[in-house]
Design a protein around this ligand. Structure first.
Ligand code: CS2
Length: 491
């Protein structure tokens, strides 16, 4: 079948939305690090609406920091790709035109730096996942021993890490007298703007204290809350899109109708009119971030680990299994919501109900294994922060502890049938080794307490924390995830 491209886009069926502007006129105002599915289903869609409104300064040059796969898929399509929005009412398709370049950093770091130092560039945004910031999850500090940071300090002009590219780009633009870039993190991190600011400032200072001072004084790092569920694309998805378009798209992205982007409005060098595209600008981003990370992502990780161990492949399948919806409802209402900051006028019960409905969306095959990735980088902000607040108030946290216990058993590397789990995590080997010597639930919890980069120094010294989690580990080991969750009882 013919490939989607500039030459074939005019053959698309009427019902497929296409770029409402002349692509050749786009300027490279945005450089995005981490050209993955989430960015292409989220920020790129908001930016597409801003481009359609006529402001063509905001084309995006996409950068892959690791793999050439996205570039190999999109380059033959002139950067065009399909967003497929799906729910019980069927699929709706939009072809996005705002990605005007696709770079692969390991192949040509100089090309990435040239895009970041381009006179038209004003924003560098990131979706590099939690592990892409080379930080210590428990504290947010730069991990100076991280192999990529060690490399970037030795080879600052040919960086590998996101912080390395950001620091070198800031230096190049400063020395060329160009307007400073706004650095816009779009990853699921608490106070993501402050997190990326801290690692960039620390790395810049290690290179040159004057550069660190320049970052402090001149670079804006607005925080954001991002939300859209975007499962990994499968070959069946590609067939579905090809049948709808009548053209092959090597890497469409599949997503839900819901989308939300809450952004701190701090863009000294300008930004697209994202507000007209549906983005919420507020100074209360932190409250939205905490709410979303703890309610959505905390529940997601709980469903991922317990669902995987119970033998369920997807989130919707897990939600349909006995006890899981009640577990998530109780987690959200009884354990997480009391820890959330007050958001005046916000309908929290409705938000919780919407989250559970989104998890149940049968049209999205969101794999538990996909969400289970990088747990060591996720549980600090998704579960541990909430547990700390519950401990401080003397309140119970059995459901949170069950989700954490699920991760501990998952990360040990074997499922309930003794089959090895393909655990993807920067700390996977060390976690598996630590768990290997633990015979009892108490020993397993104690083994993980040695990971200060995940648990910090406070939780390992809390007997209430260790005992509560060990109790849930014991329940999972004795009864399995399915029976333990079912036995948790109604919310
Ligand atoms: C998921 C998130 O893979 C994961 O860890 O929990 O990608 C989740 O789908 C998004 O944060 C939803 O906004």
């Amino acid at each position: 079948m013919t490939r989607l491209s500039n030459q074939t886009i005019d053959t698309l069926p009427k019902g497929v939305e296409t770029p409402a502007y002349r692509r050749a006129d786009l300027k490279p105002g945005i450089v995005h690090l981490g050209l993955g599915a989430f960015h292409r289903a989220h920020q790129a869609v908001y930016t597409e609406r801003a481009l359609a409104a006529g402001d063509l300064r905001w084309g995006t040059v996409g950068v892959s920091l690791r793999s050439p796969d996205t570039r190999d898929a999109l380059a033959p399509q002139d950067g065009l790709y399909t967003v497929a929005v799906r729910d019980g009412a069927g699929d709706r398709f939009q072809v996005i035109g705002g990605i005007i370049g696709q770079l692969v950093a390991p192949e040509d770091p100089a090309a990435v730096l040239a895009a970041l130092a381009h006179p038209d560039a004003r924003i560098v945004s990131l979706t590099v996942t939690e592990k892409g910031y080379c930080h210590r999850p428990a504290t947010g500090e730069l991990d100076e021993a991280h192999p990529d940071i060690v490399h970037d300090l030795a080879h600052p002009n040919a960086p590998r890490s996101a912080p390395g590219f950001l620091v070198e780009a800031i230096r190049l633009r400063r020395d060329a007298g160009l307007p400073p870039l706004t650095v816009l993190s779009c990853d699921n991190l608490p106070s993501n703007g402050h997190t990326v600011a801290k690692v960039v400032r620390q790395l810049a200072t290690l290179r040159d204290p004057a550069l660190g001072a320049f970052v402090e004084a001149e670079i804006a790092f607005p925080s954001t809350m991002i939300d859209r569920i975007v499962p990994a694309t499968t070959d069946v998805d590609r067939e579905t899109v090809a049948a709808a378009l009548g053209l092959d798209d090597a890497w469409p992205v599949m997503t839900e109708p819901f989308s939300q982007w809450v952004v701190e409005d701090h863009f000294p060098s300008g930004r697209p009119d994202w507000a007209a595209a549906g983005v919420t600008f507020t100074h209360e981003v932190g409250a939205f971030e905490t709410m979303k990370l703890r309610l959505l992502n905390g529940s997601h990780s709980t469903l991922a680990y317990l669902g995987y161990l119970a033998g369920h492949e997807t989130v919707s399948e897990t939600m349909a299994a006995e006890g899981f919806d009640a577990l998530v409802r109780g987690l959200m209402e009884d354990e997480v919501s009391p820890t959330l900051p007050d958001l005046a006028g916000f309908d929290l019960p409705a938000y919780r109900d919407d989250l559970r409905a989104r998890f149940r969306n049968p049209a999205l095959r969101h794999r538990t294994w996909q969400i289970a990735m990088d747990g060591s980088q996720k549980v600090p902000q998704r579960l541990l922060g909430t547990i700390r607040d519950r401990l401080a108030s003397g309140a119970g946290f059995d459901r949170l502890a069950l989700g954490l216990a699920g991760w501990m058993i998952y990360a040990a590397g074997r499922d309930e049938r003794g089959v090895e789990i393909d655990v993807r995590d920067p700390l996977a080997a060390r976690l598996r080794e630590a768990a290997g010597g633990a015979a009892t639930p108490d020993e397993l919890v104690a083994a993980y307490m040695g990971f200060g980069e995940v648990f910090g120094t406070d939780l390992p010294t809390s007997a209430v924390f260790r005992d509560t989690v060990a109790r849930q580990v014991a329940a999972l080991r004795e009864n399995g995830a399915a029976r333990t969750v079912a036995g948790f009882g109604p919310r």
